[in-house]
Structures are given as structure tokens and as C-alpha cells.
Ligand binder design. Structure first.
Ligand SMILES: *Cc1c(COP(=O)(O)O)cnc(C)c1O
Length: 401
């Protein structure tokens, strides 16, 4: 009884009447440009699967799914059944969902029931899928994931042989939806020898399938970096994550793009996310005093600081302490002192006319200034993905034009 109540209340989202300490804005027009660019790069044949794992790289699954559908995307990849369920709650009935990672035995029937396809890398999983599919009187949609060089999940040769004959024998209940693998480090030239090997191994497996005249509906391999820069890795579908949100997988991939279009500058990818809050308080700090906890920041002159109402518990990296900056009135305000659990301070001595309640930009543009996610990550050694995916789900996300 008690357990049931917690489970139910865990799923209900109560409407909130009061403001959260920060907000995220998501740009529909930026997303549209990104999807159009990816489409142009990969050509008309391959299907684009938008990778929306990690709460859509922190952007928010509930918002991004609808926004992507508006851009013509109707295939979503996630890392877990848990994320798949959230996509299912928000996608249109005609969209497809694919689980690339963790799907527990007890959730296999759920996935089959909802036509959610999933990666399989053991024969045991095929047997379980068959059993559940028979019980449901419905086909399980199977992607065979192959080991080609990352040594994460993926079948090796022996298992592959066994899996293929099992699939063949049980066509009635197991749909051979896909064959796939994941490249380990396609964003960096220094990994190309490894990527080449992966591609070769994958081709060997495909040859075997062709010989057996047993092909899946869909062959897929490329992530963002590969989709944008390595056409030879593009088959029937591309699984694009980071580029969807307007980030280049790496500098190298960006420069490669510039070369391919023979331009010195080109910005076809646009950041979808903007993260904002407001000035909570203003304070005059006399020369010689310390700001915040401890003594890490001492005012070397009389200063004016703005108090910002969020901290590391809200996803703002503590590594930004005494580093980095926010935007107020279109100007950079350097962070002074440590990032606290839910407060930090920024120097506005040089910025006139700041008032309590003024907009503060944590990520994104304000007037002529910009803070990129990468400006965080330079200081904190976080990856773009890491920083974004840690943005708490509690932050409200609003879709803007
Ligand atoms: C995360 C992920 C992707 C997408 O990677 P990006 O570099 O963000 O495009 C594709 N495939 C698999 C298996 C993944 O885990």
C-alpha cells in the first residue's frame, strides 16, 4: 500500500505556484537550423534519430521531444528504459523510441508492449524477448549491437552467430530491426586508426549477414561527429546527440566542416539552450573585506557585488569559484568567492545601473555578450555534455521562438 503511494506520487508532477531560482529557455528556431544542417550533411536517405538521453543533454526531454517532432524528427534514442518512458509520455504516437542502454529483464515486456526497440548484446536477452513476445502476441523489435572496438556492450563473433540463427528461427516474434555499433572517439583525428578498424569489423559482420541473405531493417553506426565528418560511417540511420543541441563534437570536426565548405567562418549549428536567473541582492563591499565563505576572495578595492540565487545544488559548477562570469546588463560580471550550495556573488563594480531583479545570464547571449558552455568547461574540466546533463530536472524549461 505504502509503496504504491510513493510510486504514484513519484510520477505526478504537481503544478508549482512559486518561481524557481533559475530558468532555461529553449530556442525552436535554433533547433530547426541544426536539424536542417544535419539533414543536409547526411543526405536524404538516412533517418535521423535524435539522441535524447540524459534528459536531452540537460535540455529537458518533455520539451525537446515535441520541439524535435516539429522539425520532422520521429525517432528518439535513449540510454535507458526509464528515459524511454519519459519520451513515450511526450512523443506523438507515430514516433519511434530506441533503448541503447540499460533495459532490465522485468521491463522487457513493457518495451515490447509499447513497440520500443532495444539493443541486444546477449543471446539470453533474445530468449527472454521471445518468451515475452509470445506471451504478448506481439513482435519484439531487436537491434543487434556489435562489438567493434569499444569493449563496452556489443556481441562478439560467436555470440553474433548464435544470435542470428536464433533470430532467423524466431522471425514470427523477433523482428530484426537493426544492426549497429558505436564508434569510440570519432570526434578526434587521433582515434582514426581505431575508427577505421571499427568500420572494417562492422563491414565484416554485414558481409556475413548479406551472405546469409538475412538483413535487418536498419543499419546504423554514426554519432554526431561521424555523421558530420565521416560519410563512410553513414548507413540507414544516424544517432545524433550533441550536434542536435548546437554543439560541435570537437574543434576538429568544426574545422573539417569549414574546409569542406571552403569558408573561414560558418555557423550552421546554433545553441538551443539559454540559462537565466535574476539579481537577488546588491551589496557594497569595503576594500579589505572577504566575500562569501572563507578567505578565497578579498576585495582589493571598494566593490559592488550582485548576489545570484543559485549554486552547485542547482547545477552551477563549483569549479567556477573565483573563475568565470555571468552576464548582467550585457556585461561580464566576474564571479568572486566560492560557489555556495545555493548562492554566489559576482562583481558589478564596473557595471552601472544594476537593480535587484535584473536578468542574469548564466549560459547564452545578453545584448552583445555571450557565455558559452565551453567557457565553463575550460575552468572546470567538465565536458560540455557533463555540465549540461547535470542541470537539475527541477529547473523550468520554456520554449521560445
Ligand atoms: C550518446 C550516444 C550517441 C550520440 O552521441 P553524440 O556524440 O552526442 O552524437 C550515439 N550512439 C550511442 C550508442 C550513444 O550512446
Amino acid at each position: 500500500m505504502n509503496k504504491k503511494i510513493t510510486e504514484i506520487s513519484g510520477k505526478i508532477k504537481l503544478p508549482r505556484r512559486v518561481k524557481h531560482s533559475s530558468r532555461v529557455e529553449l530556442s525552436q528556431s535554433a533547433l530547426k537550423k541544426n536539424i536542417n544542417f544535419i539533414r543536409k550533411k547526411v543526405g536524404t536517405h538516412p533517418r535521423i534519430s535524435s539522441v535524447v538521453k540524459a534528459n536531452a543533454y540537460g535540455h529537458g526531454i518533455p520539451q525537446m521531444v515535441g520541439m524535435l517532432e516539429k522539425c520532422g524528427v520521429n525517432h528518439f534514442s535513449v540510454a535507458s528504459a526509464f528515459e524511454a518512458e519519459e519520451v513515450l509520455d511526450h512523443c506523438s504516437p507515430s514516433s519511434e523510441i530506441m533503448i541503447m542502454g540499460i533495459l532490465y529483464d522485468e521491463d522487457v515486456a513493457w518495451a515490447i508492449q509499447h513497440d520500443i526497440s532495444f539493443f541486444v548484446f546477449t543471446v539470453e536477452r533474445l530468449k527472454l524477448a521471445l518468451e515475452k513476445a509470445k506471451l504478448l502476441g506481439k513482435k519484439a523489435l531487436i537491434h543487434i549491437e556489435l562489438e567493434t572496438g569499444t569493449n563496452r556492450t556489443g556481441m562478439t563473433e560467436e555470440t553474433f552467430k548464435e544470435a542470428v540463427s536464433f533470430l532467423k528461427k524466431n522471425r514470427e516474434f523477433l523482428q530484426f530491426e537493426g544492426v549497429c555499433t558505436h564508434l569510440g572517439g570519432a570526434e578526434s583525428m587521433s582515434n582514426y586508426f581505431k575508427i577505421e578498424q571499427q568500420k572494417q569489423l562492422f563491414e565484416d559482420y554485414l558481409k556475413k549477414l548479406r551472405k546469409a541473405n538475412f538483413m535487418p531493417n536498419c543499419i546504423h553506426m554514426a554519432c554526431s561527429a561521424a555523421a558530420l565528418a565521416m560519410p563512410e560511417t553513414i548507413y540507414d540511420m544516424v544517432r545524433v546527440g550533441v550536434a542536435t543541441y548546437g554543439f560541435w563534437p570537437s574543434q576538429e570536426i568544426y574545422f573539417q566542416h569549414l574546409q569542406s565548405v571552403n569558408k573561414k567562418k560558418d555557423n550552421p549549428l546554433n545553441r538551443v539552450i539559454r540559462w537565466k536567473t535574476d539579481v537577488m541582492d546588491l551589496k557594497l563591499v569595503p576594500k579589505g573585506e572577504f566575500i562569501g565563505y572563507g578567505t578565497s576572495f578579498q576585495a582589493t578595492q571598494d566593490m559592488k557585488v550582485a548576489v545570484i540565487p543559485l549554486g552547485y545544488s542547482n547545477g552551477y559548477p563549483r569549479g567556477q569559484s573565483n573563475n568565470g562570469y555571468v552576464l548582467i546588463n550585457g556585461k561580464k560580471a566576474p564571479i568572486c568567492g566560492l560557489i555556495n550550495m545555493n548562492l554566489f556573488m559576482a562583481d558589478i563594480t564596473h557595471i552601472p545601473n544594476v537593480h535587484i531583479g535584473d536578468e542574469v545570464v548564466l549560459i547564452g547571449k545578453q545584448k552583445n555578450s555571450v557565455i558559452n558552455v565551453s567557457s565553463f568547461t575550460n575552468y572546470t574540466q567538465l565536458l560540455n555534455n557533463e555540465m549540461l546533463s547535470r542541470l537539475p530536472t527541477a529547473i523550468p524549461r520554456m520554449i521560445v521562438r
